[in-house]
Design a protein around this ligand. Structure first.
Ligand SMILES: [Zn+2]
Length: 295
């Protein structure tokens, strides 16, 4: 593989020489760091939200149009509450976790107990807005709340695409994100048994995403390892970030969606509505009297 990707690019899409295997990989360290900075999450919720943002970013790149968007949410009944991530069609993501501070003892293997924080009694929802009015909604019962397994099951059940997904966020004792990333491999229809076996062997032989990143491996390196023997090539690469697209106009639209009677009721309580963006915590102050005047 000779293609060099720009240094600032952190997402790679690759394919096997015969076109039968597709790979998406991302170094989402900067994304997970920004999520932690904005939401002041504890270690286990940093991992849960970071994993979901990583998966959502990949699923955003998978969308057909850059104008589409995808929302992925976990509602597992655990102490973290709902975890939600949204990606636009260029892989830029935003998200939140309902209860950002959850303290749980580590699992027996020493890993953060993401499944315990998210919970396992609930659903993974995927909502694709393809700009055609009615969004496409897919839902599966959660497998483990560990995120990667749930995403894998989603593609297998809801879309009948054999998929391998690995996600990881390494949180340091001081709560900072050391590294984060993930990859997703899909087999296109008609894959040979031998190819499936080979792919399974490759992936079984790989260390965890955070171990690979911490050892200095790039996303392209992950592509080469996962698709070893398939003569993989980079199709394209991207820069993806944590990005909130909120603004005054969006906040006014949100308030208007409550209906005139409700806005009038709020206005009677306090004519200045203080709105906090749940994705980036930017504060907005809207004069409801003015909003009602120009309804
Ligand atoms: Zn915002």
């Amino acid at each position: 593989m000779s293609l060099t990707i720009p240094a600032q690019h952190n997402m790679v899409r690759g394919i096997s020489a015969d076109g039968g295997v597709v790979f998406y990989g991302v170094d989402s360290t900067a994304i997970a760091r920004e999520a932690e900075r904005l939401h002041k999450t504890s270690a286990v919720t940093t991992a849960a939200l970071g994993r979901l943002l990583t998966a959502a970013s990949i699923m955003g790149i998978m969308l057909k149009s850059t104008r589409d968007s995808v929302t992925v949410q976990l509602r597992g009944g655990g102490p973290a509450g709902k975890v939600l991530a949204v990606s636009d069609g260029t892989g830029n993501v935003k998200g939140y976790v309902e209860n950002p501070v959850v303290e749980l003892p580590p699992r027996a293997d020493g890993h953060l107990d993401v499944g315990g924080a998210v919970g396992r009694d609930g659903t993974l929802d995927v909502i694709r807005d393809l700009g055609m009015g009615q969004p496409y909604v897919g839902q599966i019962p959660l497998v483990s709340g560990e995120v990667a397994e749930d995403i894998t099951r989603y593609f297998a059940v809801s879309e009948q695409i054999p998929t391998v997904c690995a996600l990881g966020v390494l949180v340091a004792p001081d709560l900072s994100v050391q590294c984060a990333g993930g990859y997703l491999v899909q087999l296109l229809p008609g894959a040979a048994e031998a190819d499936i076996d080979r792919l399974e062997q490759n992936i079984a032989g790989m260390a965890s995403v955070t171990q690979l990143l911490a050892s200095g491996m790039t996303v392209t390196g992950m592509l080469e390892r996962a698709l070893d023997g398939f003569a993989p090539e980079v199709l394209d690469s991207y820069r993806v970030d944590y990005r909130c697209d909120c603004g005054e106009e969006r906040v006014r639209r949100m308030l208007k969606s409550l209906g005139k009677a409700e806005v009038a009721r709020l206005c009677a309580e306090d004519p200045i509505a203080a709105v906090d963006c749940q994705f980036c915590h930017k504060q907005y102050r809207v004069d409801l009297r003015e909003l009602l005047e120009h309804w």
